[in-house]
Design a protein. Sequence first.
Length: 365
Amino acid sequence: MIRYPVILGLLLIAGCRDAEKLRQICGEPCWASGAPAGWETGTCHSGIMICDDLGQNGICVGAQGRETEVCDNLDNNCDGRVDEGLSDCCLQPIPETCNNRDDDCNGVVDDIPITEFCYEGPEGTLSYGGGCHPGVRACSKGRMFCKNQGLPRAETCDGVDNDCNGKVDDGVGTAITAFDLVFVIDASGSMTDDINIIRNRVQNFAGRYGALTKIRWALVTAPDHNYGLFLENPRLVQNFTDAAGFTAAISSTEGGGGSPLEPTLDALDMICATRGSLGLTWTPGAQRRIVVFSDETPQSWTYPYSTPSSTATGCKSASIPVYIFTELPDQGWEQVAQITGGRTADIRIDFGPRLDDLISEITCQ
């Protein structure tokens, strides 16, 4: 049987041992919260456990735990690496170079100023259109390259000089879809000189494409060169024919038509069959194009009057792009071309080459 004095003695011994344990912790090394004992890596180190006079309420003073890595040549996050993820030279900035590093320590990698144009296409191709254009020198992932340059591509039949050799749609196959081309000429008096130039150029390329029997040609004047009429309707001078018949028809075309307004919009309406008809005999399944020559804005005198927008919408519905050679490309004609999928060109500048490009574009020859 255990006596009470014995129990009291055991309790005193246990209490002395707990007190001893506190004395051993207080004043000894301690570590930041979450860090295992003995963790001494990088800037991380132990502190000292400070307790009160009774050896209780211990506080770890002076312990250093993990911190975010900063540029100070120290291992702040205590992973065994110094300044990782930061500039390789963050303590000594140097001029930026293309090496996939932040040399100048501004927080951006390879931010080299763009000061130089570049082009890596074949010599001579930059002089032409078709999307060939220079780019600028830039750096990405430690490598210099020519950014945003346009290089030659394989030629396709799309009306663009894709390979940038100065020729549109050259060498793109030999098969030609049937094409019906209607030429609309403003035959007013102010067009006399232009008509002489048009006649020569059209005769030249009509003869050049004469062997291509899938191309048919028609001629409309608006106004006609009939001096006896004050108000003149557009006139079908030549229905669709071959190159020889078209050449003969345009040879007799002259300027001098007397009308207060040139009915060019009315002619387009009649060709696209949105108002009246000129009696054109379209080839079934052929691709259709209209080519207009005029030194005036697009006009109409048939009531209700047509507008560039209404006429273009009608031709678009008929799938007939309209190409316009004019001295006033931005005064109504641009809208017609844009809506129908055609284009405009200045009749006074490079008229011949532009007309050749047009025929080459639509025939890919």
